[in-house]
Design a protein. Structure first.
Length: 93
């Protein structure tokens, strides 16, 4: 009897959502964004904000493509509403 061939289903790719540093967006605003859109507590949000500030980039989270894309749009839209040039991007993990 032949064994049924197992079909391997690759999990969907995950995407990193990243914040990029700029010289204009206030640090407090970045902390608010991380708390509001990535459900971080103040301490963790502050650590990520400092990483963005010191290293130029900070990881907000890793998500399936559609969720990552939505988060990028939400963050950029929220930043623009508050006249901040904060950049949020996504890249394949």
């Amino acid at each position: 009897m032949l064994e049924a061939e197992r079909t391997r289903i690759k999990p969907p790719p995950l995407f990193k959502v990243l914040l990029l540093n700029d010289d204009f967006t206030p640090m407090d605003f970045v902390v608010v964004v991380l708390q509001k859109f990535f459900a971080m507590d103040r301490e963790r949000a502050t650590r990520v904000m400092l990483q963005v500030h010191k290293e130029g980039i900070g990881l907000c989270g890793v998500f399936p493509k559609d969720i990552a894309s939505t988060k990028v749009e939400q963050v950029v839209s929220f930043a623009r509403q508050h006249q901040h040039p904060l950049a949020c991007v996504m890249e394949e993990n």
